[in-house]
Write a protein that binds this ligand. Sequence first.
Ligand code: NAP
Length: 237
Amino acid sequence: MYALVTGADHGVGLSLAAQLAQRGYYVTACRYDEKETAIDELAAAYPGQMQVITLDIGSDESVREMARKVLESTPCLDLLINDAGILGDMTKTVGDDLNYDEMLSVINVNALGTLRVTNALSEHVCRSTQKLIVNISSEAGSIQDCWREGWFGYCMSKAANNMQAAIVQNALRSRGVCVLQIHPGHVATYMRGHLDTTASITAEESAAGILRVALDLPHAPSQIPVFLDYEGKELNY
Ligand SMILES: NC(=O)c1ccc[n+]([C@@H]2O[C@H](COP(=O)([O-])OP(=O)(O)OC[C@H]3O[C@@H](n4cnc5c(N)ncnc54)[C@H](OP(=O)(O)O)[C@@H]3O)[C@@H](O)[C@H]2O)c1
C-alpha cells in the first residue's frame, strides 16, 4: 500500500509518516524545509519503505515536480494525506488594518495548496485499491460553529479547503474515491511559531487518532465528505 503525506517536516505530518510506516505503508513524505531533518532520520529507520521529497504546496511548479517524482517511483497512491498548513494572523479583528496579502498567502497554501496536490495526484489515487484522500482541515473551518472574531485567513482557508473537498468528492465519487475532512484536535506543535503549551494532545496522539478514524473505521464515498475530528466525532460544516 502506498501513502503520501504533505507537511512531514515535524508536527502531525511527521507523526503521520512514522505511523504509516509502522502500519507497513510505503510512504512518500513531503517536506517543506530542507533544513528540517527529522524526516530523514525517520526514513533511515525504514530503509526501502520511505522516500522524502521537498514540496511547497503553494507553488504550481513545486507540486508539478513532486507529482512527476511520485508517478515515476510508485505504481499508485492508496492514501493521500494533505496535512501541510500555515496559521497566519490570529490577532486582528474587524476595523483593524487587515493584511490581505498575508491572508492570500494563507489561502494559497491551506486551500489552493491542498487542491493543487490532490489535482496533481488524483489519477494516481484512482489507480489504487484504497482510493482515500484525507485533508487535515480544522474546526476553525466550520461556519456553523464559528466563535472567533479574528483568524480571518486561517478560518476562511479551512472553510475553502472543506469546499474544494466536496467538489473533489463529487468529481471522483463514481471512480470510488473517498474524501475525508479531519480536524486533528488541538495539538502541541510549533504552528504558532513556538510550542503550543495550551494544546490538549501530542502530535503522536493526534496522528494515531487520525489514522484510526481514516483507516480502521469503514468509509464509503458520501454525498459530501464526512467532517470528523481525530476521535471520530462528526463536526458541522
Ligand atoms: N496544531 C493544531 O492544534 C491544529 C488544529 C487544527 C488543525 N491543524 C492543522 O493540522 C495540520 C498540521 O499542523 P501542525 O499542527 O502539525 O503544524 P506544523 O508542525 O506547523 O505542521 C505544518 C507543516 O506544513 C508545512 N508547510 C508549511 N507551509 C508549507 C508549504 N507552503 N508547502 C508545504 N508544506 C508546508 C510545515 O513546514 P515548516 O514548519 O518546516 O515550514 C510543517 O511541516 C495543518 O493543516 C493545520 O492547519 C492543526
